[in-house]
Structures are given as C-alpha cells and as structure tokens.
Ligand binder design. Structure first.
Ligand SMILES: Cc1cc2nc3c(=O)[nH]c(=O)nc-3n(C[C@H](O)[C@H](O)[C@H](O)COP(=O)(O)O)c2cc1C
Length: 327
C-alpha cells in the first residue's frame, strides 16, 4: 500500500485519522500512528496553547518517531493561529492540516522546519491556489463527510482533482471500510482521511451515547445544519435537532448577509455551536448535537483504534486483489 502519501510521511499505510474538534486527542492519535496509519488533532482541542504543546510532546513520545499531524484553522475567527503555528514549528510537528482561510504562512513556516502541509479543499479553484502556494497535498473533502462536508460526490471530486493537480490528493468523506479505501485508490487518490469511523473507537474522548448514536445511525439520519457555525455542518438527526431546526432565523440570516456584522455573527454562531457540541460530546444531555458523516451507516461496532486500522488494511487489500481478478 505504498503511495505518494506514505512516501511523503514515511508511514506504513496511506490512511489518516482526520483531526476532529472535541474528539481527537493524544491517545487516539498515538494509537493510530502506532498501528501504522497516521492521525492529526486540532490545536483548538486544548484551551491553552501550552496545554496543546504538552499534547504534541505526549504524542511524539507515544508515537515513537512515527508521523502525526496537527490541524490549524487559519481563518480570522481563530485568535490562536499564530501562537499554535509557532508551537507546531518549534516542536517540528511532522505535518499540519489547514482548514479554511489562507495557508500561506503555515506553508512557509512549516516548510522551514522540514514539515509537510496538507490543505482541506472542496473544489478545484481553491485546490489550485494552495498548490500554487506550495501545499504538499490536498485533502479532498467530498459530499457525505463529517464536519463541514463539501458539495461534490467523491466519485467525481477525486478524479477531477487528480486530472488538474500535480500534488497528491487525499480523499475524505464517507469512508469507513477498506473496500471504500480501495475504491478511492482506484479512482486515483494517494491516500484517504477518515473521521467518523474513528469517533466510534475506544480511544475517542467522547461519551458512550455519542459513539452508540453513530453505530445506530443510518446514512439518511445525517443532516446538514447551519446552526453550528453558519456553514453547513453534518450532524446526526435527533429529537433536539428536529426541535431547533437546521436553518438560521431571520435575524441571524440578516446579520450574516450584512458586511458590517457578518464576522461577529459568524464568531458568535461558532462559539454557541461549539458550546452545544462540547456539552453533547462529553455528557448525557437531551440537547443531542452529535457531529458525524454519512459513513455512520457503515459503522457497526466501537473498536480499539488499532483494530480499526488493521481491519481497514485487510479489507482494502482483499478488495484490491479481487479487483485485479476482474481482468
Ligand atoms: C466530529 C468531527 C469534527 C471534525 N473537526 C474537524 C476539525 O476540527 N478540523 C478539520 O480540519 N476537520 C474536522 N473534521 C473533518 C475530519 O477531519 C475529516 O475530514 C472528515 O470527518 C472525513 O469525513 P468522514 O467523517 O465521512 O470520514 C471533523 C469531522 C468530524 C466528524
């Protein structure tokens, strides 16, 4: 399973456990890295930059020299961009994943210490921009993904980006099995990033209710809500989600359209959304706001992260061997 991604990072399998707000911590990232895949964690999962630095050091130790990454949200609403980037560079984090905003500074600073930078993209226009800025790979976030899903089907997005880019393309969105990894590789992907599958892992630091909700959910139970950040985000449909609705109210919409109030409105919405997610992820509450993608429908068990990686690899190899026997 050697691909451009395994060669870039020096990991055994071209699989990333994607960074997940409130979910990924040093235990999950360390366990996935030791299993031969790789994983990333959002710097914002720690309230203070110095706590984040400690987590990076803990992962470095538990991963025993194997690669791991950090996600930095590079838009203006994140007041910690510069500090967290400084820490990533000082600690020589092997790779950084950027989401939203302009990754220019991240690329410059991380390349200066010999690290790689991958950028989340949902379309070709933005992918070409980050390629021009020097990104080492793009993460192609497609329809059906957990978090902020893109609008385009992975069956189209992967070959479309491959056709127009020089840098590697990592497929993200909807993948929870090894057969799907094989399909992404056949479509031309250089690796895959999985989020939702790793929420239902023993290591993920969220409540049993949240993990069980993923095991129970069907693909059609995943809905897109504007209530979390003002941008469509995938959540499991629960009675609470039904009650509050998926759309913003008239006042919020007006404030989001107005150029004077747009930034503050986004910030307030994101803070309120993050608080709701945080409560629901940590404890039993009737306000069930659980972020997950359509691949929930394929997840039937909560497993140790290493076993998830092992199964993914085995299923992928079997599917690739079967595909070869077709000709
Ligand atoms: C609960 C949750 C939180 C996420 N948080 C982040 C994040 O903070 N930063 C980021 O770049 N991606 C985030 N993502 C996206 C994942 O890293 C990954 O790209 C995505 O989950 C892949 O789709 P899948 O869930 O269908 O596997 C999140 C996804 C989920 C499900």
């Amino acid at each position: 399973m050697q691909t451009a991604l395994t060669r870039l990072l020096g990991c055994r399998y071209p699989i990333i456990a994607g960074p997940m707000f409130l979910v990924s911590d040093e235990n999950l990232v360390g366990a996935v890295a030791r299993a031969g895949a790789t994983a990333a964690m959002p710097s914002l999962n720690w309230r203070q930059p110095e706590q984040f630095r400690e987590a990076v050091r803990a992962v470095r130790q538990s991963a025993g020299g194997l690669p791991f990454g950090v996600n930095i949200i590079v838009n203006k609403a994140n007041p910690r961009v510069e500090r967290d980037l400084e820490i990533c560079a000082e600690e020589k984090v092997p790779f950084v994943i950027t989401s939203l905003g302009n990754p220019k500074d991240v690329i410059r600073k991380m390349h200066a210490v010999g690290s790689k930078v991958f950028c989340d993209v949902t379309n070709l226009e933005y992918a070409l921009k980050v390629q021009e800025l020097g990104a080492d790979a793009v993460i192609a976030v497609s329809a059906g993904a957990g978090g902020h899903a893109g609008p385009v089907s992975p069956l189209v997005l992967i070959p479309y980006l491959k056709r127009h880019l020089r840098i590697p393309v990592i497929a993200a969105g909807g993948i929870a099995t090894g057969e799907q990894i094989a399909a992404a590789l056949i479509l031309g992907a250089d690796g895959v990033q999985l989020g939702t599958r790793f929420i239902a892992s023993q290591e993920a630091k969220v409540s049993a209710d949240y993990k069980n909700a993923i095991v129970k959910a069907r693909p059609e139970d995943i809905v897109l809500t504007l209530k979390i950040s003002g941008t469509p985000a995938a959540v499991i449909r629960t009675p609470y989600i039904d009650r509050v609705g998926l759309d913003l109210n008239i006042v919020e919409k007006f404030l989001l359209r107005n150029s004077w109030t747009k930034k503050t409105m986004k910030l307030v919405r994101s803070l309120l959304g993050a608080r709701a997610l945080e409560k629901a992820a940590a404890q039993t509450t009737w306000k069930e706001v659980w972020s997950a993608g359509q691949s929930s429908g394929l997840i039937e068990e909560i497993l140790p992260a290493a076993e998830i990686v092992e199964r993914l690899v085995k299923e992928c190899e079997t599917a690739l061997a079967r595909a070869k026997s077709f000709d």
